[in-house]
Write a new protein. Structure first.
Length: 447
């Protein structure tokens, strides 16, 4: 619910930034450009080769033109199976099956040394300090032994790399949505099952099953939950600490004359598909809903798998997919005490897949200025997006029942509800993204 945006505490995700830095893949073009910039031309190649040749087996230095003459039977190649590794002074080239070729920066390679001197296994932290690297490391010698590459650096350090590990880091087109099940309503209905409150609270496997559902489908259900605030909070905190709002740990959405906020969420009107806090640099991670009371009719919940929708768009209209991932949409929320705003695309894409969907039409103020053609394309893409999220086969409708808690991924699913009568009381909590994802990894190995 939008109300939750008022007072959440979030901090800069230092560990995320660090992880990204640690695992950043090397752009082939960037490497190639660096290679061309740093390698001498034919006129100088002899001088450099002279510096390395003879006593330095395993190294191969190529100029731009001599690279074209490169033969796979060259003595300086290190080959095993179908992987050939060739060393230059400041980078290596890994060729798989004679087809795929990856240029790997020497600096990057040095930074990813995992020897005891450079990396602490026990703390899982880098010990190689980039602030102390005054000059770019160069490769003095390279040898491939089985599945390992042994590199002697000009500063005397020796690194050993497992080729499969290196290739996994360099894979910049990973499989989309591994271990996720992208769903339409029929698939979700047939595949997902509730976890009982007793199992969830008392057994590790019960909690793990819930988290597995949350990762796999972006949604999980817990039934037989007692109707008390304490039990609801205990259920939420069983996963991790909560992201608080100004009222405390849980939010009560009451649709009655005494409603607390002038927000459409607190009326009995229907709510179209949206994600919460789309304006935020860190949208609400996971949300729980628990209906405590409803005196009237209607008010069904509706969910759609945004990742499934994105994949449908990517396959049927790549241009629309690109537009939804590039055009910035300004979102803004202004209340008595707060003013939030942000500009983000509908799809935030990393690692070749959508990571966050931000879509809240009621908070959408404007779209960045575009050319006439681009503007038309953007609205065409939005129409396609809406056509797919509002397809009956994709809409998963549920009747909220007291005692049945829904937990869902606000980065992945869009949610909405139908119009209703009477007074309706829903409690909800917000679970911070990183904490839930961390629990999912620890308890299920997913993610
Ligand atoms: Fe919402
Ligand atoms: Zn090392």
């Amino acid at each position: 619910m939008r109300l939750f945006n008022t007072c959440f505490k979030y901090s800069l995700q230092y560990c995320q930034v660090r992880h990204l830095l640690r695992t950043t893949t090397v752009s082939k073009n960037l490497c190639a450009a660096r290679c061309l910039a740093n390698l001498p031309d034919d006129g100088n190649i002899g001088r450099v080769q002279g510096r390395f040749s003879g006593s330095l087996p395993g190294i191969r230095l190529l100029s731009t033109s001599s690279r074209a003459k490169f033969s796979k039977h060259d003595l300086n190649e290190e080959r095993q199976d179908d992987v050939v590794v060739t060393a230059m002074s400041d980078h290596i080239v890994i060729n798989e099956n004679g087809i795929s070729e990856k240029n790997v920066s020497g600096m990057w390679l040095r930074d990813h040394c995992r020897c005891q001197e450079c990396f602490s296994e026990s703390r899982y932290q880098n010990l190689y300090d980039l602030s102390k690297v005054k000059t770019k490391p160069t490769i003095a010698k390279l040898e491939k032994k089985g599945k390992s590459i042994h590199v002697d650096w000009n500063d005397g350090h020796i690194s050993v790399y497992n080729i499969d590990y290196l290739l996994s880091l360099l894979d910049n087109k990973p499989i989309r949505y591994p271990n996720r099940r992208l769903w339409n309503a029929e698939k979700l209905t047939s595949e997902i099952a509730d976890v009982s409150f007793q199992e969830y609270m008392n057994e590790t496997e019960g909690l793990a099953e819930c988290l597995r559902n949350l990762y796999t489908y972006g949604i999980a259900f817990i039934d037989n939950v007692p109707l008390t605030k304490e039990d609801f909070l205990a259920l939420s905190e069983r996963i991790c600490f909560l992201r608080e709002c100004e009222h405390g740990k849980d939010n009560i959405v009451i649709s009655s004359k005494e409603k607390m906020y002038e927000d459409i969420a607190y009326t009995n009107q229907s709510l179209g598909f949206h994600t919460d806090s789309a304006y935020s640099v860190e949208p609400l991670g996971y949300l729980t809903f628990h209906l405590f009371e409803h005196t009237g009719e209607g008010g069904l919940g509706c969910y759609v798998d945004g990742f499934h929708v994105a994949e449908m768009i990517r396959k049927c209209n790549p241009d629309a997919y690109r537009i939804l991932s590039e055009v910035l949409v300004k979102q803004e929320f202004i209340d008595k005490h707060v003013h939030y705003k942000g500009k983000y695309p509908v799809f935030t894409i990393r690692d070749n897949e959508v990571k966050i969907i931000r879509y809240q039409t009621t908070d959408r103020i404007s779209v960045q200025h575009l050319s006439l053609e681009e503007t038309e394309q953007f609205y065409d893409a939005i129409r396609l997006f809406n056509k797919i999220i509002y397809s009956p086969e994709n809409e998963f409708w549920i009747k909220y029942n007291p005692g049945r808690v829904v937990i869902f991924d606000n980065f992945r699913l869009l949610h909405g509800r139908s119009v209703f009568t009477g007074t309706r009381v829903i409690r909800n909590t917000v679970l911070p993204r990183d904490e839930v994802d961390s629990r999912i990894r620890k308890l299920t190995g997913l993610g």
